[in-house]
Design a protein around this ligand. Sequence first.
Ligand code: PLP
Length: 348
Amino acid sequence: MKNFNINNLVRPNVAGLKPYSSARDEYQSTGSEMVFLDANENPFQTDVNRYPDPQQRSLKVELAKLKNVVQGNILLGNGSDEVLDLLFRAFCEPGKDNIITLPPTYGMYKVLANINNIENREVLLNADFEPNVEEILKWVNQNTKMIFLCSPNNPTGNSFSEENVSEILNNFNGLVIIDEAYIDFSAQESWLNKLEQYPNLVITQTLSKAYGMAGIRLGICYASAEIIGILNKIKPPYNVNELTQLRALDRVLNSDKVNSEVSDLLEERDAVGKALVEVKFIEKIYHSDANFILVKVDNANKRYDQLIQKGIVIRNRTTQPLCENTLRFTVGTEAENRKLIEVLKSIE
Ligand SMILES: *Cc1c(COP(=O)(O)O)cnc(C)c1O
């Protein structure tokens, strides 16, 4: 992107902001034994009586190694939802700026736009669930700060073509946020190795899906050091708690285990996909690059209710644009998937 200057995008109040400086920001442990009487903590041991590292250094060191980026390109948050909210608060002026989202997609972008009083310009995906690049660029004006691409996309399951994504990156002078929550399940490569090539690229990932840690709330933002620096100014000082940092570090250090679980889930996804072909009322099975499968059925509301009756909870996506009469199945364990298929084949 030519002429890209992050200082033209950041909100003026954020640009001028002096961040809160916590006790742990002002004195960082150097390894030698110190007596810490600076943060009004309780000295008696509970394992969590001390404030956590506001910069989550140990975790970032390992993530940086695993993802082949430098620590200065990483910001961590309380789930990707917090990371996405920080992007709005750093770059979008309420009541003035706008963003572009591409329905059908993850619902949080719209909710966060509404919370932050930012206009959400919706440009539907095309019939193949790919971004309509020409139309998207038509809707850009000087107040368009961010375009959200979810790839692999939730709820459709497909990854966007590299060509479409790079066309948006090359022709939009604001931030392109690629939400890669499902990237570990995808046959497509992450956009992470393009970070240096595109100063307007922001990638979000999460430990909630492939890493199996939705309960600890850890979201990750990868971007240029300039963008990360701006987000760091506005993040709550202790936004990632000590328990989360420890559990996440342990999991990241055991990424072999994660990889083997992912490959099991991919096998299961393929098996479920094949079995679904034999279900009479399923009219279409969409290709999935994620850990869920979207299908079109004869009557989504009816089938959803029938599955609930049989003790299976899935997601009914029928009210989403381009998703009339669709259902989304998360890939579960082999036993769970077997039960799903059995029930689907048994209902009339
Ligand atoms: C599940 C999901 C997330 C995860 O959000 P967390 O706050 O990290 O749990 C992010 N984006 C998409 C598209 C998702 O489906």
